[in-house]
Design a protein around this ligand. Structure first.
Ligand SMILES: [Zn+2]
Ligand SMILES: [Zn+2]
Ligand SMILES: [Zn+2]
Length: 284
């Protein structure tokens, strides 16, 4: 399974537009791994997790053809994960040609919120109405915690996230040809029901990407900090849910208490994981 991080930032991206702190100044000056776009991940060439606001520019920067995407797993509808302006351009009204069919997976709440954002772009647009699904050349899969779905040669399982209950935010487990990847942002501590799901289904992950929004010791709302992410990863390893030698990556990396990439990566490696960066592509 090929995994490409198109973006590894939280909602603010990094550097922040107006910030003059040493980290932002260094990120502007040097770019590279300290320049982070909003989080999204491409699996293979055709499965995208989160149609975020930076997908187009990061695809260009990293030489990825996003027009071949056939499957979209949407974790939730927050603006750093879903850009309705990108999705609405699937309509023929935008003079589009040769648009491939798209299968969209999300919770019912997220689908409803995505529709509301779409309707701001195009009055009346509704992902749940067959006429609009036809106009957008897509189909929709509504998923709840524990639901499993086969998409092409992959098996997708949804797990609940306590990040935003109103939005029904989800985490996704992707299985492809004997390899398993767990994409776990945005989230706080994994829930008891999620740990139970891992046990009952006997998951053994080859790789994990986990919410690491705040720097070590900086605890904010709705997300994990680097020390909390380290603890979740340690538990995944201890319980055998992350295979021996399995790789774990910090993603959704924000600005609050967060050092430069090099230092975060050193911290992560001392705690059994690594810091992802935009454009990182790996084969598991
Ligand atoms: Zn987010
Ligand atoms: Zn700053
Ligand atoms: Zn969010």
């Amino acid at each position: 399974m090929k995994i490409t991080f198109l973006g590894t930032a939280a909602a603010t991206a990094c550097p922040l537009v107006f910030c003059r702190c040493p980290v932002c100044r260094e990120a502007w000056r040097k770019g590279g791994p300290d320049f982070r776009r909003r989080s999204s991940v491409l699996i293979g060439e055709d499965l995208l997790i989160d149609l975020g606001p930076d997908v187009m520019s990061s695809a260009f920067d990293f030489g990825v053809d996003v027009s071949g995407i056939r499957f979209l797993l949407q974790t939730h509808s927050h603006s750093d994960h879903f850009n309705a302006g990108h999705l609405i351009t699937r309509m023929q009204d935008y003079a589009t040609e040769d648009i491939l069919p798209l299968e969209v997976c999300a919770s019912p709440e997220t689908l409803r919120h995505m529709s509301e954002y779409l309707a701001l772009e195009e009055p009346g647009a509704d992902l749940l109405l067959p006429e609009w699904q036809e106009r957008l050349n897509l189909s929709v899969h509504s998923m709840r915690h524990g639901d499993m779905l086969v998409l092409g040669n992959r098996r997708i399982t949804a797990a609940e996230s306590n990040h935003d209950l109103q939005d029904g935010s989800l985490l996704y487990i992707i299985e492809e040809e004997g390899k398993t990847f767990f994409y776990a942002t945005d989230t706080m501590r994994l829930t008891d029901r999620t740990w139970k799901l891992f046990r009952e289904r006997g998951f053994a992950f080859d790789a994990v990407a986990i919410d690491t929004t705040y720097g070590p010791g900086t605890h904010g709302g709705g997300h994990l900090s680097a020390d909390q992410a380290a603890e979740e990863i340690a538990r995944l390893r201890a319980e055998g849910v992350l295979k021996p030698g399995g790789r774990a990556f910090a993603t959704h990396i924000s600005h609050e208490g967060m050092p430069l990439h090099r230092e975060l990566d050193q911290y992560a490696k001392a705690h059994g994981f690594e810091a992802a960066r935009d454009g990182l592509s790996l084969e598991i």
